[in-house]
Ligand binder design. Structure first.
Ligand SMILES: Nc1nc2c(c(=O)[nH]1)N=C([C@H](O)[C@H](O)COP(=O)(O)OP(=O)(O)OP(=O)(O)O)CN2
Ligand SMILES: [Zn+2]
Length: 126
């Protein structure tokens, strides 16, 4: 079994609507997002999937949030822009971009700060 991991980042503002505390105020994070793809084996080139291609897609999604107030970006105009919801949204967007390769997407992890992350997968992962 092989697990491939790529990273991207975005610097964004957000506020939590259903929260009582400092995070209900507009503030910023340097978000780091990781996406992992799982494969049973490598292809003839010794790679399961090209990191470069995976990063192109992940960076394109990160760029949709970069230097924005995430609360202004659909679906976060309605959906709470928590790390959990961002992880799920990025997972779904990445799966769409990956096409048939998307079935290998294992999880997306969003680091909100160096101390805390949320991870989404539609199925249990190790
Ligand atoms: N389960 C979640 N909990 C929280 C989320 C979240 O997305 N999922 N988000 C927040 C806020 O966005 C907040 O900005 C984080 O606040 P905090 O943990 O206080 O982070 P700080 O870096 O300011 O705190 P340190 O004490 O410096 O670590 C809150 N909770
Ligand atoms: Zn925050």
């Amino acid at each position: 079994m092989f697990l491939l991991n790529v990273k991207a980042h975005y610097d964004s503002a957000h506020f939590l609507r259903n929260y009582h505390g400092k995070c209900e105020n507009l503030h910023g994070h340097h978000y780091v997002v990781e996406a992992a793809l799982s494969y049973d084996d490598v292809g003839p080139g010794g790679m399961a999937f090209d990191f470069t291609e995976a990063k192109v897609h992940l960076r394109a999604i990160a760029n949709e949030l970069d230097h924005k107030n995430i609360n202004d970006v659909p679906p976060f105009t309605e959906l709470e822009p928590s790390a959990e919801n961002q992880a799920r949204w990025i997972f779904e967007e990445l799966q769409k971009r990956l096409g048939g390769e998307g079935e290998h997407l294992a999880y997306v992890r969003v680091w909100e700060t160096p101390n805390q992350w949320a991870q989404y997968s539609p199925r249990p992962v190790w």
